[in-house]
Design a binder for this molecule. Structure first.
Ligand code: CO8
Length: 250
């Protein structure tokens, strides 16, 4: 009986998965999800579209929502006709963070032993480009989710923030790391330490204009160009000759 039950369960989960990832005649994924809306869009139906859909909770990222998001991403990854994926929320909220009500009574032991929210990085491991279309609140885990995407396309009403400090905790899904790279250390620390939010415009102004790779390439070129100056030659020669360098700004 136990074996039969287990295979029933297995069959059930297979069927559920198949249903969740089924397409209708218009190649739209059936919306059998509870917390997200999923479909294929675009002239050629080649854009995977995922909309977070918990309006009453401002799209707070409960465990069920994140599991569904992972499944939808898996389905789009496996679908050869999908070239890129758009992840969005509503006008009012992209996502107002991890679900605080779900986390409220968790203990350290549960979080640590169960590796709480370990599956949250699924977006960042997606091989197809993922574009976050953000409006309204993108706070805490919502801001982190947007930053896991390859491109953030933000509307006028977008507000980005890491307000975890106001709840007595810290970002846990890459906020301290990705925000630093996105807006620089100073503003990232200010946001993480105060919980203050920034607009899309402020985020754009503070964004590093160079990626790390581009920055490294530029640095190397500038390093090379010092070999065109008299002072570089003088500096190194002085070191070798054990004397003080006589720089001439040339
Ligand atoms: N979790 C659960 N419910 C929420 C959340 C949330 N994060 N945010 C909003 N809601 C709910 C509210 O409880 C309310 O529900 P109800 O009507 O049943 O009380 C409903 O959404 C509407 O919210 P408000 O009435 O508060 O709406 P306002 O317009 O007055 O305020 C705000 C909107 C400013 C967004 C406000 O709701 C707010 O401050 N929300 C919390 C934002 C926040 O602190 N986010 C960070 C959460 S912690 C986190 O994300 C950690 C991530 C760690 C990931 C770790 C991975 C390993």
């Amino acid at each position: 009986i136990a074996v039969a039950c287990r295979s029933c369960q297995w069959l059930h989960s297979c069927l559920t998965y198949q249903l969740i990832t089924s397409y209708d005649r218009n190649h739209n994924l059936f919306n059998l999800y509870e917390y997200i809306l999923v479909e294929k869009r675009g002239e050629n139906q080649d854009v995977g579209y995922i909309q977070l859909n918990r309006p009453k909770a401002l799209n707070a990222l409960c465990d069920g929502l994140m599991l569904e998001l992972g499944k939808a991403l898996d389905a789009f990854e496996a679908d050869g006709t999908v070239g890129a994926i758009v992840l969005t929320g509503s006008d009012r909220a992209f996502a107002a963070g991890a679900d605080i009500k779900e986390m409220q009574n968790r203990t350290f032991q549960e979080c640590y032993a169960g590796n709480f929210l370990a599956h949250w990085n699924r977006v960042s491991t997606t091989r197809k480009p993922v574009i976050a279309a953000v409006n309204g609140f993108a706070l805490g885990g919502g801001c982190e989710l947007a930053m896991m995407c390859d491109i953030i396309f933000a509307g006028e009403k977008a507000q980005f923030g890491q307000p975890e400090i106001l709840l007595g905790t810290i970002p846990g899904a890459g906020g301290t790391q990705r925000l630093t790279r996105a807006v620089g250390k100073s503003l990232a620390m200010e946001m993480v330490l105060t919980g203050d939010r920034i607009t899309a415009q402020e985020a754009k102004q503070s964004a590093y204009e160079l990626t790390l790779a581009e920055g490294n390439r530029l640095e190397k070129r500038l390093f090379h160009s010092t070999f065109a100056t008299e002072d570089r030659k003088e500096g190194m020669t002085a070191f070798v000759e054990k004397r003080k360098a006589n720089f001439k700004d040339q």
